[in-house]
Design a protein around this ligand. Structure first.
Ligand SMILES: CC(C)(COP(=O)(O)OP(=O)(O)OC[C@H]1O[C@@H](n2cnc3c(N)ncnc32)[C@H](O)[C@@H]1OP(=O)(O)O)[C@@H](O)C(=O)NCCC(=O)NCCS
Length: 317
């Protein structure tokens, strides 16, 4: 048996079309439900020919395709941390050994390029892909959930959340308060709960994320005040595509956790969307985030999708 390893280019994608078409369903779908997305041939070609490519490799045995991997740089995260952050944008393989070889080669390439965080989200991929990732050195980073709220259905429940206290639309003068709430609010989240990824880097990502929202990535930010101090915020973005690009955030000063402020901000957030005619809201959460998931489920929201996100830290500080 002859095994051939080569980079992935447009010509290879064309030559492998019969292998790739069913592989999109097997490896390229992010999850299930109405919020699942699938990788298309066009998107894969754009990735492979784009300038974010960090590494690609395809394996053939006796001229027959067995699998390939595409690793891309995550531009925004890399810019914030001023260190390379990357992700396995595509991983598909017919068997465990091929998958493990591809993941190991990706980690070696990431190490050579000083990548501090390499993520992978295998979506609907079969179990051996998950095992290949962990065997090669990835660990679980997060159990991501998609929360889905039918806004007509939860509207009566929202009114049961009493609105006490002071809430108002944020102004540019609130930017630093919101940024600091985001920096310190997320303790056990995906970027701040990984023992191999420095918490201050995770905090920097949340801080810059909030700054982006305040700079206009969100349509609106509502802040909660206690005695004139901003102690919590929530952001809203009506357009689902823009919301996918810069997801919305909600955070409370941890000294005020458990006061009910988070639940009140959730009420204001959903009411904001209802007032603008939205019928169904979808947004990300993590399974470990008990407080926010408690609020969502109590309101009658459901979880429409679930995905494991893996991390590897090729270069540790
Ligand atoms: C999620 C968050 C906004 C909740 O805000 P909060 O003001 O502390 O929460 P509330 O006081 O409104 O309580 C909300 C629910 O969480 C529960 N809760 C609060 N603290 C909890 C804790 N430490 N453990 C378990 N449950 C908790 C409450 O009992 C309540 O549940 P219930 O509605 O079933 O009674 C806050 O914890 C936070 O800022 N977390 C970090 C940022 C984050 O995760 N944001 C959400 C994703 S963007």
């Amino acid at each position: 048996m002859t095994r051939d390893e080569q980079p992935v280019d447009e010509a290879l994608l064309d030559r492998w079309r019969d292998w790739i078409t069913p592989a999109f369903t097997r490896f390229g779908v992010t999850g299930f439900g109405a919020d699942a997305t699938g990788l298309s041939e066009q998107r894969l070609k754009a990735l492979v020919t784009g300038d974010a490519i960090l590494f690609t490799r395809a394996i053939e045995c006796d001229g027959v395709p067995r699998g390939f991997v595409v690793v891309t740089l995550a531009a925004w995260e890399s810019g914030v941390l001023r260190r390379p952050v990357a992700k396995l944008a595509w991983l598909g393989a017919d068997d465990f050994e091929t998958a493990k070889t591809l993941v190991t080669a990706s980690l070696d390439a990431a190490c050579e390029r000083d990548v501090v965080l390499l993520s992978a989200s295998p979506g609907n991929s079969p179990t051996f892909i998950h095992v290949a990732l962990t065997e090669a050195g990835f660990h679980l980073g997060s159990q991501a959930l998609t929360m889905r709220a039918d806004l007509d259905l939860i509207a009566p429940e929202l009114t049961r959340i009493p609105l006490r206290g002071s809430f108002r639309e944020a102004t540019p003068a609130d930017t630093e308060s919101v940024v600091e709430l985001a920096r310190h609010g997320f303790v056990d989240a995906r970027f701040t709960g990984d023992p191999f990824f420095p918490a201050e880097w995770g905090q920097a990502l949340f801080a810059e994320w909030a700054r982006n929202l305040m700079r206009g990535a969100a349509d609106s930010v509502i802040v909660a005040e206690v005695k004139g101090t901003v102690v919590g915020f929530v952001s809203m973005t009506l357009d689902a595509r823009r919301r996918a690009e810069v997801p919305v955030l909600l955070a409370i000063d941890r000294r005020y956790n458990g006061w009910g402020i988070g639940a009140m901000l959730v009420r204001l957030m959903f009411e904001w969307y209802i007032a603008r005619g939205l019928k169904v809201f979808s947004g990300g959460t993590e399974k470990s985030n008990t407080p926010i998931n408690a609020v969502y489920t109590r309101l009658g929201a459901t979880f429409s999708d679930a995905n494991l996100v893996y991390h590897a830290t090729p270069v540790r500080p």
